[in-house]
Design a protein around this ligand. Structure first.
Ligand SMILES: [Zn+2]
Length: 270
């Protein structure tokens, strides 16, 4: 099959998974079932027909309004579908149709979903982070290896990095609590970082944490500066998990030059 045709299929797959991700984002933070009831308009409760549920296209055709009550449909729906398709395409361009490519797509699905859920609800549901950790460990065992001893070793390492990552964030969480007497990092952030470390390994996980913290700090300073004496322009409550997810995506697709530069000081080449 010509590559361009495969790429088109990858994008269509991305749109479909983006549509499913929208359901997860709307329902998981509220502990609702993913399969029941069928998709409804959040405002009037009318059932959404299959034809009105086509990724991006329906939103444009319906001019971002519900067919029944004509109330606006949030732009988050087409945005998530578009982002998921773009990330799937990036995975394909980077890794082709390999185990690494499929693993990358799974991780992108989890990261995009968690980023949006944390921004919308300040929650990082266990339904994404805990299976995410397990999938990361399984992925490590599936990466091509010489024999099953090698596979077990890879899975073991992945478990180790997840535990170390969780312990490190727990330490920061405890320190923050000891100094500021309020919760700075949620347990969701701890599980999310363990998931990232299980998938990516130690060096990319550290880069993710540094970039995420840097982005959150810049955002925090901007939020305070822009809201001086006025109504807050940006929310000062930080969804730190969203910054971690964005930093992990950056690290996956663009982090190699930084990692190579950093690791060469230790004589390690990637
Ligand atoms: Zn409606």
């Amino acid at each position: 099959m010509p590559e361009i045709l495969i790429a088109v299929f990858v994008v269509l797959f991305g749109l479909a998974f983006g549509s499913f991700l929208n359901v997860c984002i709307s329902r998981l933070p509220r502990h609702e079932s993913l399969v029941h009831p069928r998709s409804r308009c959040l405002r009037c409760g009318a059932m959404i027909r299959a034809l009105d549920n086509i990724p991006i296209l329906s939103w444009i055709v319906l001019r971002a309004r519900c067919r029944h009550c004509h109330q606006p449909i949030a732009w988050r729906y087409p945005a998530v579908e578009f982002a998921m398709a773009a990330l799937f395409l990036l995975c394909y361009l980077r890794f082709a149709l390999t185990i690494a490519g499929i693993g990358c797509a799974v991780l992108c699905f989890l990261l995009l979903g968690l980023a949006v859920m944390d921004t919308e609800t300040m929650r990082l549901p266990d339904a994404f982070t805990l299976p995410g950790i397990v999938l990361g460990i399984l992925y490590a065992a599936f990466v091509p290896a010489d024999d099953w001893v090698d596979r077990l070793a890879h899975a073991g390492e992945s478990i180790l990095w997840a535990i170390l990552a969780a312990l490190f964030l727990l330490l920061i969480r405890w320190l923050f609590f000891a100094i500021r007497h309020k919760e700075g990092l949620g347990m969701g952030d701890v599980k999310l970082f363990a998931m990232i470390a299980a998938w990516l390994g130690p060096a990319p996980a550290v880069l993710t944490l540094l970039l995420g913290a840097l982005a959150a700090a810049v955002y925090g300073i901007l939020a305070v500066a822009l809201s001086r004496g006025r109504r807050p322009f940006l929310s000062t409550r930080l969804p730190f998990g969203s910054f971690l997810c964005a930093a992990a995506l950056y690290t996956i697709f663009a982090g190699d030059p930084i990692l190579a530069w950093y690791l060469h000081f230790y004589g390690i080449s990637r």
